[in-house]
Design a protein around this ligand. Sequence first.
Ligand SMILES: [Zn+2]
Length: 257
Amino acid sequence: MLSRLRRYRTARTLRRHGLPDRLWRKLRRELYLLQNLCVRQAVRLRERSTLLLHDKAIHGVQGLNMNLEMKAVIAAQAALLILELDESSYDGWKELIVYPGAFRARRTVTDEFGISHEQVAPLSGESWQSGPLVLSWEDVKRDSYQRRPGSHVVIHEFAHKLDALNGRVNGMPPLHPDMPIEEWSHTLSRAYERLLRQLERGQACINPYAATNPAEFFAVLSEYFFTAPHTLKHHCKDAYLQLRAYYRQDPLKRLKH
Ligand SMILES: [Zn+2]
């Protein structure tokens, strides 16, 4: 019953609020992540982008005026992560806040001795579990129009949203029934520990931020998966294969077209 209702709502939203052709063509031309999709993927991505735009309240703060194109730049790239996942994968939260540039957030961090410190750090994005997703427009623009291998703030923050779907942001999103949990845990933990050892030797092959914790590891790996799949496959082949099974798509194939 619920899925019938959802299908009805989806069809109505697509009919009434479809992305204008000209804007969609512009996005396909200018956003490098949207290139080399097959026809089926392109059609589905447009639908998913439209639904996201309709479902989330996207608004700028500090004087930033988010027009339809700016919102669609975010929605289209966010939709790429869930292209082959369930349509409900971004359910459970409503708000997307966009700052003009890096924003400052106050944090409590616990050090190795168990002492808590207050920190104020500039951020390019932030994702609250079942709360809003926050992005810096300057960083979105920087990552969207030019390939910066391993760096994409939209991919990073939306990957956290997928990770949070099973109630914990721990680096493991809800896996598909055909994906054994032990295989995921074993592969990702091994790759994480390898990164920690590389960092000790001062020779990390991916962004050291991934070593912050398993949740950041998954988000950074997702950035590589979509923006630099060959790098991820070369350095962490097993982890690449796990992400390919989870996202149910292969960005490496798109690069070869
Ligand atoms: Zn993060």
